[in-house]
Ligand binder design. Sequence first.
Ligand SMILES: Nc1nc2c(c(=O)[nH]1)N[C@H]1C(S)=C(S)[C@@H](COP(=O)(O)OP(=O)(O)OC[C@H]3O[C@@H](n4cnc5c(N)ncnc54)[C@H](O)[C@@H]3O)O[C@H]1N2
Ligand code: MOO
Length: 402
Amino acid sequence: MKTFDETLYALLNDVQVTTKTETINVADGLYRILAEDIVSSVNVPPHDNSQMDGYALHSFDLEHADTFPVSQRIAAGAVGTELENGTVARIFTGAPIPPGANQVVMQEDTEEVDGQIRIKVKANPNENIRKKGEDIQVGQTILKAGTRLRPQELGLVSSIGIGAIKVYQPLKIATFTTGDELLEPGEAPQEGKIYNANRYTLSGLIPQLGFELIDLGRVEDTLEATVDAIAKAAEQADVVMTTGGVSVGEEDHIKPAIEQLGSLYTWKVKMKPGKPLAYGKIKAQKGTIPFFGLPGNPVSAFATFKLFARPYLMKMQGASQIKTNPIWLAADFDWPKANFRRDFLRARITNKRQESVIEIYPQQGSGVLMSASWAEGFVVIPEDTTIAKGDKVAFYPFSTFV
Ligand SMILES: Nc1nc2c(c(=O)[nH]1)N[C@H]1C(S)=C(S)[C@@H](COP(=O)(O)OP(=O)(O)OC[C@H]3O[C@@H](n4cnc5c(N)ncnc54)[C@H](O)[C@@H]3O)O[C@H]1N2
Ligand code: MOO
């Protein structure tokens, strides 16, 4: 059996990063991966500007007087003129500081006296002034190729005036579910059958990462139909993914089909859930296409997607940041039985007496999908380890796998 780390390492080493790019509007860029560095040709802000609504003046004048006439008015978007000695400029938040002023007094610290402005509370030089280039400077690389664009990155790119960006084309991922026991939701229940859950979990997991889902449903359970369907899927997709049929039973056509179309490796990974995992390469006209065979148990399929397929696909999509960091918190549970497989327990954070602790779902079976729905992440119990209440454990929020 391979360890979790060996398996992930082997998979990530085998990734071929996509080269297909496209240029899109920034507004369409959410969760896409940048295919170019973004370098600024402007300063942000472009000029020293006021942080407050108030009055711009020079601190020198405050040494001689505290009441001044208003010599000009500068709104945001306008440009002032050189400030006359012994006067103030009415100024608004975001408006450029006029030459000759070196501070802004906010209007709450002033009062009007006979048409002039009295400064009640003195500001210091540079106070209430946002400096030119304080955020971004000309020539600065603000984002590197490989960055996944979150809302704040869309704003950041726009803040330097860039309207179109080069990103990687979303990977197309074709999926099947296998198993004669499966009914689709909406169908009448039947003796011996269960409803297909994995198809719908994948229909969320794949688009959630920004990939294009090609849902091929279920394939007739013969070798010919399976070979045919996978071969066709490989021509239209960048990756083919299935769930089920990767353990040792004979009722399965996925393995011989992939072997016929390319090569297949099946691994037993020292982890729970998700021991069996299949990975392979399918020969297509355009080249070889990766294949993932996730285990059929619904929690195992969910976990192996998050823990193996996600980093693989994100790397393939061009993302540079694929590692997730845990939060270390005290366990609010005991885990008295050591397992030689690494456990990924479904868990969530709860607050006890102003301290955050980790609780786990009481049933941790690979078929208990309620555990994944109840949970907010995985807590990782290393191989051959027991946990007592109060021990620090590593918690990986599901949200960090997005
Ligand atoms: N002799 C052995 N048997 C099993 C082993 C083993 O090492 N030796 N490993 C077990 C482990 S661990 C897992 S996980 C499963 C994985 O099995 P498969 O990937 O072959 O999956 P199936 O047998 O097709 O299904 C397992 C289980 O999940 C249900 N299932 C399948 N697809 C779906 C779906 N789309 N939606 C909902 N539920 C699904 C299926 O009915 C089975 O109950 O193998 C163990 N066995
Ligand atoms: O991988 Mo299996 O998930 O241990 O049931």
